[in-house]
Ligand binder design. Structure first.
Ligand code: SF4
Ligand code: SF4
Length: 450
């Protein structure tokens, strides 16, 4: 296969070029992790209402069996990742740092762990509504990290019309390679997922955006694309944060999404390639979302790998399977280095939205001394949503949070590009996160008091 037969100038404006460190795992095929003794399934795995348990302590459950049903429209079902017994429903450490109600399942060590009800689903005759309900009951949320319920994302609001589906195979966060491996190893699921999503959205055309640091995936997806599937593989320049919906849409279609608007406002729906592959798997085998691919990586882990991990596996079990941490490891993130969330407890579970486990050492987490702003405007050139991070940073430092609203702080997507390029080491994005949280709290209070 000739890997360098294409070029692309397609990308979005602004953004940054961090070193990607993907060489640690990009050539490592997906390994299936052995089953652990116990799993922890938080009822809040996604944005929206928590799932509602339909099992109780002592109940026997099978791998893939429903254990909690959706708690509303913006909510999804939850399934057991193993055959075993419900040990407890109790508060447990959650990756957000909070204690969250969770179903704890003890694995049956003698079970062959076959799927509860493995079967192909004849989807061609189902209505759009039936397909959406199956996706909700299959427990699907965005696997790129945001964990927004997929059936909601695929429900076009009344009065709007989708014209294109854009599948996000960008994986622009440094270190992460789970989507890359998925495209190389599970392309049939991706193609079926695209077909079903196009049917639901009633669109004629799909695009699959992949950055050019994954030439083997671009080649393979082009080569294997079924001739009757109207999906164009679009090679994109390598740039962060191209995986963000607005940036990806701009890169693929050369159309900007205005401030405060969503992709559907310009007739586009964006879905992560992992989520799309999960939909394919649901309809090919009847398998709900009970496992996902996780990249375990960084200089702090003994054996970097791409693993198929049952949802609910404890972080410490994954680290142990990968040979453990190195002595100088100082920080573990769920996700990548730009937008990942630091973990405090090693017993937190792998969630539906956990794309990677990044283990960083003393060197990467060293706090660098902050200097005054020199007005170089590198942060302005980097910001993908055209904010003025320099000005916003100055206001945040003086805690003039309300004034930040005039500079559109709520449009900040917390991508961290401004902090990355700042030669004065000003922790811009960290300050913006605090400011946004306080402003949102204040606005919610004002709404309550009328
Ligand atoms: S963190 Fe916010 S302000 Fe900084 S570059 Fe990203 S979007 Fe712009
Ligand atoms: S990059 Fe840093 S030093 Fe340069 S203008 Fe922005 S905040 Fe100031």
């Amino acid at each position: 296969m000739n890997l360098l037969t294409f070029t692309s100038t397609k990308t979005f404006r602004h953004g940054i070029h961090p070193r990607d460190y993907k060489e640690l795992t990009k050539d490592k095929p997906i390994e299936r992790m052995p089953f652990s003794n116990e799993y922890v399934l938080p009822l809040s795995q996604h944005l929206g209402a928590p799932s509602v348990p339909v099992v109780k302590p002592g109940d026997k459950v099978f791998r893939g069996q429903l254990i909690a049903e959706p708690g509303g429209f913006v909510s999804v079902a939850l399934h057991s990742p193993v055959t075993g017994k419900v040990k407890a429903i109790e508060l447990h450490h959650h990756p957000s740092g909070k204690m969250v109600e969770s179903i704890v399942i003890q694995t049956d060590p003698f079970s062959p762990q076959t799927l509860y009800h493995e079967h192909e689903i004849e989807w061609q005759d189902l209505t759009t509504q039936e397909l959406l309900i199956m996706i909700q009951n299959g427990g699907f949320v965005g696997l790129g990290g945001a964990a927004f319920p997929t059936h909601v994302k695929l429900s076009v609001p009344e009065g709007k019309k989708a014209q294109f589906l854009i599948v996000n195979g960008v994986e622009c966060e440094p270190y992460l390679t789970s989507d890359h491996r998925l495209m190389l190893e599970n392309y049939e699921n991706v193609f079926l997922g695209i077909r079903i999503a196009m049917r639901i959205l009633d669109v004629e055309k799909a695009y699959l955006g992949i950055e050019m640091n994954k030439p083997d995936a671009i080649e393979l997806m082009r080569e294997k694309m079924p001739p009757d599937l109207n999906c164009e593989v679009v090679p994109l320049q390598v740039k962060y944060p191209q995986g963000a919906e607005k940036m990806l849409t701009e890169a693929v279609l050369n159309k900007e999404i205005p401030s405060g608007k969503l992709p559907i406002d310009i007739h586009v729906i964006v879905n992560n390639v992992g989520t799309i592959a999960g939909i394919g798997q649901l309809f090919r085998f009847g398998q709900p979302l009970i496992e996902r691919i996780v990249t375990v990586t960084g200089p702090g882990i003994q054996r970097p790998a791409n693993l198929m991990v049952p949802i609910g596996t404890r972080l410490e079990d994954v680290l142990e399977y990968c040979g453990g941490l190195k002595d100088n490891t100082r920080q573990i993130l769920f996700g990548g280095p730009m937008m990942g969330s630091p973990q405090v407890f090693l017993d937190v579970p792998i969630m539906k939205g956990t794309s990677g486990i990044l283990c960083l050492t003393d060197y990467e987490v060293k706090v660098r001394e902050e200097y005054p702003c020199i007005r170089c405007l590198r942060c302005v050139d980097a910001c993908p949503v055209y904010l003025n991070p320099s000005r916003l940073g100055a206001l945040a430092k003086k805690r003039q949070y309300e004034a930040m609203l005039d500079y559109h702080i709520l449009d900040c997507m917390e991508c961290g590009s401004c902090s990355y390029v700042c030669p004065s080491n000003i922790p811009l994005v960290q300050r913006f996160r605090v400011a946004k949280a306080l402003l949102r709290e204040q606005m919610a209070k004002q709404k309550q008091t009328g």
